[in-house]
Design a protein around this ligand. Structure first.
Ligand code: GLY
Length: 436
């Protein structure tokens, strides 16, 4: 069987790694990923040029395409590939609106009475939003309606001082049509601990994976700018130290209800559904959905998958998905990023990665925004590579991941605190405070 992975980063490298032993693997990537280029036949090209990707898939008689990032989904890559006879692990353009159109997503919760939503309102003019915010006595979150690569969301109490600043930022979002819509979505800010559940979906069946927690702030102690994610962990029982089975099940129920609603309102959803939740005093609330694996969270769960990923892909495209088994192990992923990140001052510099030494420790490397050139691996301005380890518990996995990070040399840094007992306990105490 021939499988094509579309995408360039560590998430796609983890997907490709999970498939490599069981199929003839192809990749379509915008930069030459040092890991994927070693294990697949590849073409370098813009993943957003969906007709070209489909042409490549057709030429190579690809059976299944696995779409990594959201941008090609928004451009209708699945519709284009399916038109050309290639089955896909990834939703159609219409079903992917669960990520690409936040107003579609929130309306779905309202129209289908799905639990776990938030107070929200969509605006297309300053006057109405200003009036709303004058009367709203809680902090808010301002979100562009469309995709902004994780950079458009601003939170009062974090990036914005108060609801007055939220008004000004909302105006900017509307005026500049940020994310492709001259609209803004204002949501109530909810307090709690965030967690991620990713699930395989075949249009009607949903099989959830172990929960994970990402760390969006750039620096240790949850300081600094919000990034795409600096690292994440998962626990051996599939839950998180602050997340009970009951809360996990409630979140999965929200995702299953959403899957049903998407099928009615748009089209059956096939692929990976990523739910980002806030665990609050009143249970899990949905913060946002992504129509693809999380990055870094994919790196936590995929290496622990016992069911061959290829079998899951076949079941997704055939509509026969029933289960996915994972090892009962914890995992920790730490992202290595250029010094100064999220600024881009070290773009282009060489780094050294001793993959053999990392593998000897039992850890893995998944390459992200780096490129392989004749003289070695070069940084770009973004996250460089994910280092992942598993263990009997989070602390064991963390120790291995931390040791492995020492084998990467160059102008880079990572968050040493991701997965440490101290930080995990901080999350647990925070949740206890909220529940009391
Ligand atoms: N970890 C956040 C994301 O994948 O969007």
């Amino acid at each position: 069987m021939k499988v094509l992975v579309v995408g360039t980063g560590a998430r796609e490298h983890a997907i490709a790694d999970g498939l490599k032993d069981d199929c003839e693997l192809y990749c379509y990537m915008s930069k030459i990923n040092p890991g994927m280029s070693k294990i697949a036949t590849f073409k370098q090209g813009d993943e957003g040029e969906v007709e070209k990707v489909a042409e490549f898939a057709k030429e190579n008689e690809i059976d299944i395409a696995f779409i990594g990032p959201e941008a090609p989904l928004e451009k209708g890559i699945v519709d284009e590939l399916e038109k050309n006879g290639v089955k896909c692990v990834g939703p159609s353009k219409s079903a992917a609106r669960i990520e690409t159109d936040k107003s579609f997503m929130r309306n779905l919760f309202e129209d289908y009475n799905i639990e776990g939503s938030l107070i929200y309102k969509v605006f297309d003019n300053y006057e109405d939003l200003s009036e709303f915010l004058d009367d709203f006595d809680r902090d808010v979150v301002v979100k562009p309606v469309g995709l902004t690569g994780g950079k458009g969301v601003k939170i009062v109490g974090d990036h914005l001082k108060d609801n007055q600043e939220a008004k000004e930022y909302s105006k900017e979002v509307i005026d500049n049509a940020m994310g492709g819509f001259a609209q803004v979505i204002i949501e109530e800010r909810v307090i709690g601990e965030e967690f991620t559940i990713q699930a395989f979906c075949d249009g009607k069946n949903l099989v959830p994976m172990p929960a994970a927690q990402d760390h969006p702030h750039a620096f240790e102690g949850d300081k600094g700018a919000i990034t795409g994610g600096m690292g994440s962990y998962s626990d051996s029982n599939g839950l998180l130290p602050f997340l009970t089975q009951e809360d996990y099940d409630k979140a999965v129920k929200i995702m299953k209800d959403t899957l049903k609603a998407i099928a009615t309102e748009a089209e059956p959803y096939k692929g990976i559904l990523y739910g980002q939740f806030m665990l609050t005093a009143t249970g899990p609330r949905l913060i946002e959905y992504n129509a693809r694996f999380g990055d870094p969270e994919a790196m936590n769960v995929l290496p622990l998958l016992k069911t061959p990923l290829i079998d899951i892909c076949k079941a997704i495209v055939d509509g026969t998905l029933s289960e996915a088994e994972f090892e009962n192990k914890s995992s920790v992923c730490k992202y290595i990023v250029p010094d100064g990140y999220p600024e881009t001052e070290y773009a282009g510099e060489l780094i050294e990665v001793d993959e053999e030494a990392i593998n000897e420790l039992g850890a893995k490397v998944f390459y992200a925004a780096v490129s392989l050139e004749d003289d070695g691996i070069h940084l770009s301005g973004s996250r460089a590579l994910g280092v992942v380890a598993s263990g009997e518990n989070i602390s064991e996995a963390e120790e291995i991941a931390e040791k492995a990070c020492d084998f990467i040399k160059g102008n880079v840094y990572h968050r040493r605190d991701v997965g440490t007992t101290e930080l995990v306990e901080k999350r647990v105490s925070h949740m206890k405070e909220i529940l009391n």
